[in-house]
Design a protein around this ligand. Structure first.
Ligand code: SF4
Length: 288
């Protein structure tokens, strides 16, 4: 904790880039790939990092733009992809480099294991998220639910296996598991916790900020970053005023008027440099 003009500022004890994202960035920035790599999908959900990759000559295309790739090497992102997607890229003659995070690979393996063992697989997460599309693409039949409101179609299955998007909030997933257990005809619900440890660490660090009585939260990360948005939700759910920004220029002076203690946190794809820029900008704004 530091203090500026009588206002306390605390940085979360766990925040910013996780090992999975960092490994993927390091792989993409390997000089051996200079000028000959296309990343399929956003390598990380962070605008500054995407800008850095582009500045290093790396092309980034969406999955529906594969026809436009002109490089020989392509990279699958930390969020992973279905085997069929990788096979399609190989069949087109590309050399595929796989930056899928090991914890996403674990999720794929567990979901497939559950399916092989006869469980109807329920994935708690966002069906339009690239990680979940990859997991779904490797299964014969499954259901993606965002929350308890969407579990109706699970009824009628006797054995249900539940996994989660790696960036979820555990208490939300448990709500879904408990609701499925109440459905008619269910004999077994097998839940495997696939939320990744770096995400849990960042969520736990929010609890520490709350214990220190922050009265304003600043959450730094891509607006399209699932785990960053969850950090914001967590603060709001606990009744703390909080704002989500991508860049320090988005901070507004009036947010800091009358505050005593500001907590700063960041999602798993937010670079340390950006966090520090925000920290310094907050120090200036609390003194206005
Ligand atoms: S958030 Fe978790 S699952 Fe995703 S890249 Fe980071 S460590 Fe891997």
């Amino acid at each position: 904790m530091s203090e500026s003009c009588g206002v306390k500022i605390t940085l979360a004890s766990a925040m910013g880039t996780c090992f999975g994202v960092q490994d993927a960035i390091d792989m993409a920035l390997d000089p051996a790939f200079a000028g000959r790599l296309t990343v399929v999908g956003q390598l990380v959900h962070n605008p500054q990092t995407v800008d850095q990759l582009r500045a290093n000559g790396i092309r980034i295309v969406e999955r529906d733009e594969i026809d436009s790739i002109t490089t020989e090497a392509v990279m699958v992102t930390a969020h992973g992809a279905a085997d069929s997607t990788k096979a399609d890229l190989q069949a087109r003659g590309f050399t595929v480099y796989d930056a899928t995070c090991p914890l996403v690979i674990r999720l794929h393996k567990l979901a497939r294991w559950l399916e092989r063992k006869g469980y109807f697989v329920v994935i708690v997460g966002q069906r339009d998220h690239v990680e979940i599309k990859g997991v779904v693409g490797n299964l014969q039949n499954c259901l993606v639910v965002a929350g308890v409101d969407e579990i109706g179609p699970v009824a009628g299955n006797r054995k249900v296996g539940v996994v989660s998007q790696t960036t979820n909030r555990l208490e939300r997933v448990w709500e879904v598991v408990a609701a499925i257990e109440q459905l008619d005809g269910i004999e077994e619900v097998r839940f495997t916790d696939t939320i990744c440890q770096p995400v849990k660490d960042r969520q736990a660090a929010i609890q520490d900020l709350l214990s220190n009585d922050i009265d304003l939260g600043i959450v730094v990360g891509g607006f399209n970053s699932s785990n960053t948005r969850k950090l914001l939700d967590l603060l709001h759910d606990r009744g703390v005023d909080a704002h989500h920004i991508e860049r320090p220029e988005e901070l507004e002076a009036e947010w800091f008027t009358g505050r005593n203690h500001v907590g700063i946190t960041a999602g798993t794809s937010t670079p340390q440099d950006v966090i520090e820029e925000v920290h310094q900008a907050v120090r200036r704004l609390v003194c206005l």
